[in-house]
Ligand binder design. Structure first.
Ligand SMILES: [Zn+2]
Length: 677
């Protein structure tokens, strides 16, 4: 039997092959089409059980099979899988585009809303029907026939272009490698990074050290290599990925324009002025101007701190003989300045964070706050490095399970993310428990030692785990608003950024650290230095996030298909307004900005900062009540994590915090409060 068509229990990742994809998707689409036809021709009035329930069943099967395919395409990519993925992505996009335009189904949802059952329903069902009505409208169900055809064609084209954008970034990242034979060029680079580079070269039967653009290989060179030319060479390769400076077939420049053009056309078909307005129709923020005002306000507050950060960086650069501070010097000088000012290095800290201890510390936080325990167990996986875990409640009930794929490797998309494998819902036989994919790109173990994580990597792990808990700890039983489903995009980062805070707590770190050689916990003196350095360059980091966010929002407000202004020109304009650091002219950041051109962040990158207001303010209640307070933890679970998308993010926030959010905690956490004398 086709392993993608098993719906009892966990996915069969050990059996899934590219040739399974098309038959499975064809069969499931056939079933879905047959069901829709039956529902369209139904004579009796729609009810939850004869209409929404069966639709959810079909949708669940389809998305469960597809999530396995798209996950494997992202983490164990092969040419055969990529081909099968893209072919079926096109079919699926067409199917969903058609579904969203189906007037008969749309009118059935309207009947449900107007019907006598509706008022008696609990909140999740009401919310699902309201979301559906909105999504039919945004899917083009109200368009005249000719415009429906065009709208659908646009969606299909956009999904192809986004997939190609992502592939080009992946391929141009993998295409570059620099093998260095002369060890004198490697001074400054830490031993573990060198060892990883040597092992990478050996794997290719080469002598010397092989460096790539994967983060665990790239970053140590930029941070530590004394050889300025080497840093520049790596920086150039990184900053020009998927641009006209590389292979023409991997150049994303024209894709950017095509994507923006099609998004604008789709938005205008629906009656919006621009794509930004369409994007915000499903978000917490009400209008692009509101978002831009928020970003500019935060930018103004951060700017003095960013300028101070830069002045200090320039001063340190001069002392290092780098009076003409360049983009490829920034990480290097920053690291030197941090070492000198706070007397520790990332590398030193890393020795205290071996993988198993980090996981132990993370699981302890979760079990303290929520009274659940996490255990390692077994499941079929897609790569030998992947771990599988289950979350159990105090009564020994299974709450959820997750896969953990931590290390960077070739043919794996960069970055870190959480994805849904199975969504919690009530079924005839009882509750289907949720399953999550947690994916990172950290340094793999080298030299026979356990994997060691930088503190930044630990923070990333906590972040993704926050998304994971949002998906896994939901108590919603209806598919459409369970876990992160139905949560406004600009509130989705609340649980994830919230989790990051724990990486700075002494109590948490005591249980999360164990020196790889001596077994010692993190010493207090080193911890104090880390805390002192926590907001090192926070001003520069905040203005950088604002630069990306404002660029994204303005790009989707102002794009003119008849104009000649390139995305890069707009980015430069935004930088003039908010940035303090300006990269070299060849930098092609937009060409690998996958968040907005291949992810879901189009006119939504601001969500990180927007949700940080919520996450910082939520965490401030823990600061008031004790950071590992069980009662506050249970309340966070009840009012935020458990609720999923069953009510608006603002309602959940107010229920947890007792009031609407304020920006105070965010400014305080970033050290951006003027000291009172
Ligand atoms: Zn996130």
């Amino acid at each position: 039997m086709n392993p993608l068509l098993h719906f009892n229990g966990l996915p069969h990742f050990d059996q899934v092959r590219p040739e399974h994809v098309t038959p499975a998707i064809e069969q499931l689409l056939g079933e879905s089409r047959a069901l829709l036809e039956k529902l369209e021709n139904e004579n009796s009035p729609p009810t939850w059980d004869n209409f929404v329930g069966p639709m959810d069943d079909a949708e669940e099967r389809l998305s469960r099979a597809w999530s396995q395919v798209s996950h494997m395409n992202a983490v164990v990519n092969t040419p055969e899988l990529r081909e099968a993925y893209n072919a079926n992505l096109t079919t699926l996009t067409a199917f969903y585009a058609e579904l969203a335009q189906n007037e008969v189904l749309y009118s059935r949802y309207k009947l449900l809303k107007a019907g006598s059952d509706f008022q008696a329903w609990k909140q999740p069902r009401k919310k699902i029907v309201e979301n559906e009505l909105r999504d039919f409208r945004l899917g083009g169900a109200e368009l005249p026939a000719d415009k429906k055809v065009r709208f659908k064609a646009i969606q299909e084209e956009l999904s192809k272009l986004s997939s190609r954008f992502e592939e080009n970034v992946m391929d141009s990242t993998d295409a570059f490698a620099l093998v260095i034979d002369d060890s004198s060029r490697l001074t400054g680079i830490p031993e573990d990074a060198l060892q990883a580079a040597r092992e990478a070269a050996e794997k290719d039967h080469q002598s010397g050290w092989k460096f790539t653009l994967h983060f665990p290989s790239y970053m140590p060179v930029l941070q530590y290599a004394d050889d300025r030319k080497l840093r520049e060479q790596m920086y150039y390769a990184y900053a020009t990925r998927a641009s006209e400076f590389g292979k023409p077939e991997l150049d994303n420049t024209s894709l950017i324009r095509q994507i923006l053009q099609l998004r604008l056309e789709a938005a205008q078909l629906l009656g919006y002025d621009d794509y930004a307005q369409l994007s915000l129709a499903t978000k917490m923020a009400e209008a692009p101007t509101q978002v831009m005002t928020f970003l500019r306000d935060l930018g103004l507050r951060a700017r003095p701190f960013a300028k101070r950060d830069l002045a200090e960086l320039r001063e340190a650069a001069i002392k290092l003989g780098l009076a003409d501070l360049q983009a490829w010097d920034v990480a290097y000088v920053s690291e030197k300045l941090r070492e000198q000012r706070y007397a520790f290095s990332d590398h030193e800290v890393k020795q205290y964070f071996p993988e198993q201890q980090v996981l132990h510390g993370l699981f302890r936080v979760i079990s303290t706050l929520y009274g659940v325990s996490v255990r390692k167990t077994h499941a079929a996986v897609w790569h030998e490095d992947v771990g599988f875990y289950e979350i159990i409640d105090a009564e020994e009930n299974l709450v959820g399970q997750f896969y953990l794929d931590l290390y960077a490797r070739d043919k794996k998309r960069g970055g870190a993310w959480m994805d849904e494998a199975i969504t919690r819902r009530r079924k005839a036989h009882g509750i289907e428990t949720p399953v999550a994919f947690l994916t990172c790109n950290f340094s793999a173990p080298v030299g026979g030692k356990p994997a060691l994580f930088t503190h930044d990597e630990v923070i990333t792990l906590f972040h993704e785990f926050g998304h994971g808990l949002h998906h896994l700890l939901t108590r919603v039983e209806e598919y459409g608003v369970s876990g992160i489903k139905g949560v406004e995009w600009d509130a989705v980062e609340l649980p994830s950024q919230f989790m990051e805070n724990f990486c700075w707590e002494w109590d948490v770190l005591q249980h999360m650290t164990k020196h790889v050689d001596t077994g010692a916990h993190l010493p207090r003196a080193l911890y104090d230095k880390m805390v002192a350095a926590k907001n090192f360059q926070a001003g520069m980091q905040v203005v950088r996030q604002i630069e990306f966010s404002l660029f994204d929002m303005r790009l989707h407000c102002e794009f003119d298909p008849h104009g000649t202004k390139a995305a890069l020109d707009l980015l430069n304009e935004v930088r003039q307004e908010v940035a303090v650091i300006f990269p070299p002219a060849y930098n092609r950041f937009p060409n690998n900005f996958t968040h907005i051109f291949a992810g879901g962040y189009a006119a939504g990158y601001y969500s990180y900062k927007w949700a940080e207001v919520l996450s910082a303010d939520a965490y401030s209640l823990f600061e008031e009540n004790g950071v590992l307070s069980e009662t506050t933890g249970r309340r966070f679970w009840d009012e935020i994590l458990a609720q999923g998308g069953s009510r608006s993010a603002m309602e959940s926030f107010v229920a947890f915090r007792g009031r609407e959010p304020t920006m105070d905690a965010l400014l305080r956490h970033n050290g951006m409060v003027e000291e009172k004398t």
